[in-house]
Design a protein around this ligand. Sequence first.
Ligand code: GLA
Length: 669
Amino acid sequence: MPPSPHENTAPRVIFGGDYNPEQWPRETWDEDVRLMVEAGVNLVTVGVFSWATLEPSPGERNFAWLDEILDLLHANGIDVDLATPCASPPPWLGIEHPEILPVDQNGVRLVAGSRNQFTPASRVYRERSLAIARDLAERYVDHPAVVMWHVGNEYGQLDYGDEAAREFRAWLTRRYGTIEALNAAWGTAVWSQGYRSFEEVLPPRAMPYLVNPTQNLDFRRYSSDQMLACYDEQREAIRAVGATQPITTNFMGFFPHVDYWTWADHVDVVADDQYPDHSDANSPADTALVQDLMRSLGGGRPWMLMEQAISSTSWREHNLPKGPARGRLDSIQAVARGADGICFFQWRQSPFGAERHHSALLPHAGEDTEVFRTVCRLGADMKALAPVVGSRIDARVAVLFDWPSWWAAEEPGRPTARMATLEQLNRWYRSLWSRGIPADVVRPGASLEGYDAVLVPHSYILESDAAAEITAAVRRGASLVVGPYSGVADSRGHIHQGRSPVVLTDLLGVSGEEWGGVPDEGVTLQATADWAGAPASPITASVLAERLRADDATVLARFSSGDLTGMPALTRRAEGEGTAWYLGAVVDDAALDTVLAEALAAADVTGPVADLPAGVEAVRRGDVLFLLNHGAPATVTLDQGGRDLLTGADLGPVLSLDSGDVVALDRRG
Ligand code: GLA
């Protein structure tokens, strides 16, 4: 995280947001900086969508306004995260060079008038965006306000046009070398799809029927890599002019079109945009998982919440305003889960344009508002939380997740379209969250050294490297829980041959031969006498179930209705110092929670607070224990009290938390 030149080396939580001064007359800027200072804003992201202002016509440069605002911000002690403006090319670029505009799957070329109207594959787009980024970097590399660089914005563009076709073929040539290798990997023997040369291959545009799944999988990989190439060349250009500040771009959580594992090493600070939907009761837990992912992408380093809304968004169908308590909870939750920077979209609410109804730190109604008072209070909270800056979270649980696995799992033409990777991941994670247990999200195949529990909610693609790591972790003493329809395919999306999950059957002691959908009314499971801790309530399963055989595992539950009656549904097997559970169906929340609780207990994994009330989030970051009450008023009993960093009060071990209350107990000394 960048230190501020204004505060020497004193640790600080970054606090601020996107600032678009080009939308405002000069006199507004003075009021902006005055109110930023009042609110405790110490960093703003400038220039994200300023290409047309910086380059009003081809080759022209208009930097005077940017010189002035950067100087003004600096003079007022506000740092800048300076953006390359490449997310939204000016209309003239698409008019002069239509090939820079993206083409959708149906061959429709998109036009200017919104944003993101570029194809990452276009050479002209790349040259022009690089030119403006280079000039910007050269001009401001030594500006004292600039403490960070922000390349583009929310990379996520997909393009199926001719520019993409050319680059996709080049990508495939690098990946496969020969067309024979591509034909084998794509299984083109099916439906007469064999290609004679790479020149014949196209992006997966609109087709009469189901698309070759490996073609889709590779196109997703290519698209992610192509966007990364855009990012990388800008990053290199910024470095090339001597920049020493961190360089990053903003991720979007579990975003479907970018494989952030492959991006993570390319950003100096992992930064993320988060817009939880608070009308969904699961949103605090689901957001916590996103935040654990961000921490994990950075290898445990502090990350940054780059954008969020202080209240409504402009894109959700129906917006429930956040209110002060929720606004505060959202930001402090991110700090608790490892963020050292809390920023928003955006500083001042736009009176015009598509985001005129998107909330901002300074609303249309001005400073005499609940929102602005909330912002000022948050600014003070962030100052008070400075002692946590740089500290880390110790996670003993690994949850496996990978983008290609998600992509391949949800390709059409599968046993049930109701099985959703993220839904399963979220369901499993909620059991951890309710106990105050953080997780590291781990890419299959990465080391599992040091983890006491390994959860595999739904890893469709699993290969032998991942299986070896998983097996070694169990032998060392870890608890492993594997969910249904995992270990189905290899990295090409080809189904492993043999009883499933082929790469894990020895470890699990159970194997399957068929995956099938479960009837709408669900099926029941009956616990066996071997499952001492079985839930008292009846167990049900939905979505998907497997026809299993217990080869060398204890059966904990069997199907008790439907076609699979009498067959194993849930098993357990000891291996080395650890234990492996297998779920052969999507079981109900209570049963899932019981299995996960058993696995965590077997590995002695506990949260920082025993008997955490429902709705209260507990997370320990470094020496600080955060308690966030997302639910009804609750009493939390701790083994010891501590000083609340947010209020300075010394608190005893029994805490009454109102809805929306947050404490940050300093446990040092
Ligand atoms: C993202 C974008 C911003 C803005 C907000 C709106 O964070 O990066 O430019 O559009 O969404 O929620």
